[in-house]
Design a protein around this ligand. Structure first.
Ligand SMILES: Nc1ncnc2c1ncn2[C@@H]1O[C@H](COP(=O)(O)OP(=O)(O)OP(=O)(O)O)[C@@H](O)[C@H]1O
Ligand SMILES: C[C@@](O)(CCO)CC(=O)[O-]
Ligand SMILES: [Mg+2]
Length: 424
């Protein structure tokens, strides 16, 4: 029996090339961020027949009577360790959860609660979770294109695989570099994809793959029931990337659905756009395999960033605020900018041209962004994947909920604050 409290954690991601084309089985390149989501499983009271959710980042606090959950759909023999080979959601479970979610009218809260319940009932028995409180905090901006949904899904999938006895405690420390993916990581990733399906409908799997395995990858979704291809990119060349959050709300599910309409209604032009996106991602991969980029290679990578963004604009997934980020960085000629993630708002990345971007120009740009209400932040690429912290004495749900910002969360539970984190 797993003891509580414990924390799981998973990183967000930045897609450098290939968002949206990844849904259509084209290769994409993404890297884990040092911004992360944390899930605390704890027993905060003697009440053993209720499940408590505390998701303060989305202003959501909820509870259900544990006995109201559809445990009857799975007896101890039918609860599969692996998700279904066709990677489709279980329709009976989806129907059974609808009634438990019917009072939640916020799209953001609904998709988080749906993802939570779907993975919990799929992976745990009532005895594993009765009376527990699950608290989520993240240093990632919610819904901004940095894989926040996937990091939450990986936190849930790892916690419930652990609570359900499907995986053991991990052993890798933050500085361990392992080449082979553990079976446990593969199981977490597979279930996190199911969680992403609850939130976004038709995920390629790149977001949950990076949130689970960490590092940087070239990822390619294959046809249903054929495992995706995930090629680790171990020695990324140093890239000076500026991350800008336009703070413009949008929904990945809606944006992916809109692209699907264009692909259906304009098959030939959209097909050529997706093929061009594939060629861009493959050329970028070749360039990024080198540990260092000479000026010519860096200039080529910049051009690929510019081309990829232009194609995303043609698919209708940019936004005036993303175009402002690009326009202002173009005017100062400090590098090349593209949207990252599903677009429609959220974040953009700028690959800084170190030869042209003087400190004065960067200062001028950040002032323009700040005046527009955009947030810029520096982050390192290629962070650790999913982790577990069991040696918890002072962290409670109430304390976690009281933390106000990224720095406080990192100071309280981040791996630099608590080196006892272990990784699968
Ligand atoms: N800190 C959080 N607490 C609770 N739920 C969260 C949190 N962060 C994200 N979510 C869930 O994930 C959803 C955002 O997912 P969405 O895919 O739209 O954005 P994203 O993952 O940040 O962007 P992208 O998929 O383009 O990388 C939210 O609506 C919410 O349901
Ligand atoms: C837009 C998309 O390509 C990336 C979202 O971060 C969707 C997906 O691949 O799941
Ligand atoms: Mg998402």
């Amino acid at each position: 029996m797993v003891s509580v409290p414990f924390l799981t954690s998973a990183p967000g991601k930045v897609i450098i090339f290939g968002e949206h084309s990844a849904v259509y089985h084209k290769p994409a390149i993404a890297a884990a961020l040092s911004l992360r989501t944390y899930l605390l499983a704890s027993r905060d009271n003697d009440n053993t027949d209720t499940l408590f959710l505390e998701f303060p980042d989305i202003q959501f606090s909820y509870k259900w009577a544990t006995s109201d959950l559809p445990w009857h759909l799975f007896d101890e023999h039918s609860r599969e360790r692996q998700p279904p080979a066709d990677e489709e959601l279980n329709p009976e479970l989806v129907d059974a959860l609808n009634s438990l979610l019917s009072k939640i009218d916020s799209r953001i809260q609904y998709s988080a609660a749906f993802m939570f319940l779907y993975l919990l009932v799929s992976l745990c028995e009532e005895k594993d979770v009765a009376g527990l409180t699950f608290t989520v905090r993240s240093t990632l901006p919610v819904g901004a294109g940095l894989g926040s949904s996937a990091s939450v899904s990986v936190c849930f999938a790892s916690a419930f695989c652990y609570l359900g006895g499907h995986i053991q405690e991990p052993t890798l420390k933050a500085d361990d570099v392992t080449v082979k993916d553990s079976e446990q990581c593969l199981l977490i990733d597979a279930w996190a994809l199911m969680g992403e399906k609850c939130s976004h409908g038709n995920p390629s799997g790149i977001d949950n793959a990076v949130a689970t395995h960490g590092g940087a990858v070239m990822f390619q979704r294959m046809e249903s029931s054929v495992p995706s291809i995930r090629t680790s990119m171990r020695n990324l060349p140093p890239l000076n990337l500026l991350l800008t959050n336009t703070k413009t709300p949008r929904s990945t599910a809606a944006l992916v659905a809109n692209v699907s309409k264009i692909v259906t209604e304009f098959p030939k032009p959209s097909g050529l756009i997706l093929e061009t996106m594939e060629a861009i991602a493959r050329e970028a991969y070749t360039l990024m395999l080198r540990p260092f980029l000479d000026k010519q290679s860096k200039d080529r990578l910049m051009e690929l960033i510019r081309l990829n963004h232009g194609l995303l604009v043609s698919l209708g997934v940019s936004h005036p605020n993303l175009e402002r980020v690009k326009l202002w960085s173009d005017e100062l000629q400090i590098g090349q900018t593209k949207l990252t993630g599903a677009g429609g708002g959220g974040c953009a990345i700028t690959l800084i041209d170190d030869d042209a971007a003087t400190p004065e120009k960067l200062q001028q740009l950040e002032e323009k962004y700040n005046q527009a209400g955009f947030e810029t932040f520096k982050t390192t690429l290629g962070g650790k994947g999913v982790g577990l912290l069991t040696e918890i004495t002072t962290i409670t749900s109430e304390k976690l909920c009281r933390l106000h910002n990224r720095n406080e969360i990192e100071a309280a539970v981040g791996c630099s604050a608590l080196p006892q984190w272990r990784y699968w």
